[in-house]
Design a protein around this ligand. Structure first.
Ligand code: UT7
Length: 327
């Protein structure tokens, strides 16, 4: 038995913000942002939207496209670094209720920008073990809500959105989520963090520096880490499945910076054209970036049955990983 991606859905908030808008609030330019990151636009959620609102939109589309009744979904996993609530309740529970997933368990998964990759592998194992027949995996982020809007090093880089996949059991041995690599290097935990508000550094009115409630990143160090792990992870996944890069139709990377992908392409000698990029439109949407890209690819009819693809990601934790999928 295999676990296959039966359907994909995605949602991006309608408000589309150009780099020029950022030049009005921080010392930056469209030229700097495009040349250093490849980002031209990002979508920003409305004030009354939370991560679950976007997760619900994406999840609804994926469930409808799957043809599976909501009550037949056994589990919903929401990967998010910007969930509705600090700690609890899980954003997945809000999604479960609104989508009418009456018989589903619901849990959040925190693996930073690698969250969707971790989510797919988790779903696969629930299916292969027989404990679930259909799992809804969602990556949903509203990172603009936790930005320090006076920090040009970070605020220009992120956007909001959600993507979802319904993973089901299949007897077709030639398709599915074939293999994954999930890894972490917690020694880099402080390189990408939201320092205060948790139990390590609880919020104290009048004492907590508001910027410590926002995302903080050592961009240069994360950049170096990202290029290295993209290269080693793809290589390891190919080797352990006796494949070469010529067997792979597309690599769908986490969209953090097009220069990271260009550097990884150069170092690994994998042609840049194999990497699917849409960062120019959405910026970095963390756990949502890979399903947003997969959704776009399916809508453009780029993925045919039997195509082998690799997703690869990295992010807060630090985490990294990849899935090998036969479409
Ligand atoms: O999703 C996973 C987590 N995120 C990432 O993977 C992001 C990883 N890192 C990156 O993408 C890049 O390191 C950045 C985009 C964050 C920075 O790009 P860079 O080419 O590595 O720039 P840099 O850090 O070398 O900075 C060069 C200069 C600095 O000025 P000084 O100190 O040399 O005077 C920055 O202050 O660029 C400055 N800078 C900016 N200038 C204009 C940083 N942000 C901006 C900005 N506009 N928005």
């Amino acid at each position: 038995m295999r676990a296959v991606i039966k359907s994909i859905g995605a949602y991006a908030p309608p408000r589309r913000v150009s780099n020029d808008e950022f030049a009005k609030i921080v010392d930056t330019t469209d030229e700097w942002i495009v040349s250093h990151t490849g980002i031209r636009f990002r979508h920003i959620a409305a004030d009354d939207q939370a991560a679950s609102d976007m997760a619900i939109e994406a999840g609804k589309i994926a469930v409808e496209r799957s043809g599976i009744a909501p009550e037949d979904i056994d589990l919903v996993i929401v990967s998010s670094a910007s969930s509705d609530y600090l700690g609890f309740p899980a954003t997945a529970c809000i999604v479960q209720n609104t989508l009418g997933l009456k018989h589903a368990g619901a849990m959040d998964l925190l693996a930073g920008c690698t969250g969707f990759i971790y989510g797919l592998e988790t779903a696969k194992n629930f299916i292969i073990s027989g404990s679930a027949k259909a799992v809804l995996v969602i990556g949903a982020e509203i990172l603009t809500r936790i930005m320090n809007w006076s920090d040009r090093n970070t605020c220009v880089l992120f956007g909001d959105g959600a993507g979802a996949a319904v993973v089901t059991a299949s007897d077709d041995d030639d398709r599915g989520i074939i293999d994954s690599i999930l890894r972490a290097d917690g020694s880099g935990a402080e390189l990408l963090e939201r320092p205060a508000g948790g139990t390590r550094k609880p919020f104290k009115p009048g004492e907590t520096d508001p910027s410590e409630l926002c995302l903080r990143m050592d961009g240069g160090k994360v950049y170096t880490f990202a290029v290295r792990v993209i290269v080693v992870t793809i290589k390891a996944l190919l080797e352990q499945n006796n494949l070469t890069i010529d067997d792979i139709k597309y690599i769908v990377p986490h969209q953090a910076n097009s220069r990271i992908i260009e550097a990884a392409s150069k170092r690994s000698r994998i042609p840049l054209e194999k990497f699917y990029l849409n960062i120019q439109e959405y910026a970095n949407t963390s756990a949502a970036s890979i399903p947003l890209a997969l959704n776009e690819m399916t809508e453009k009819n780029l993925l045919k049955k039997g195509d082998k693809i690799i997703t690869v990601g990295f992010g807060a934790g630090l985490t990294y990983g990849a899935n090998l999928i036969v479409w």
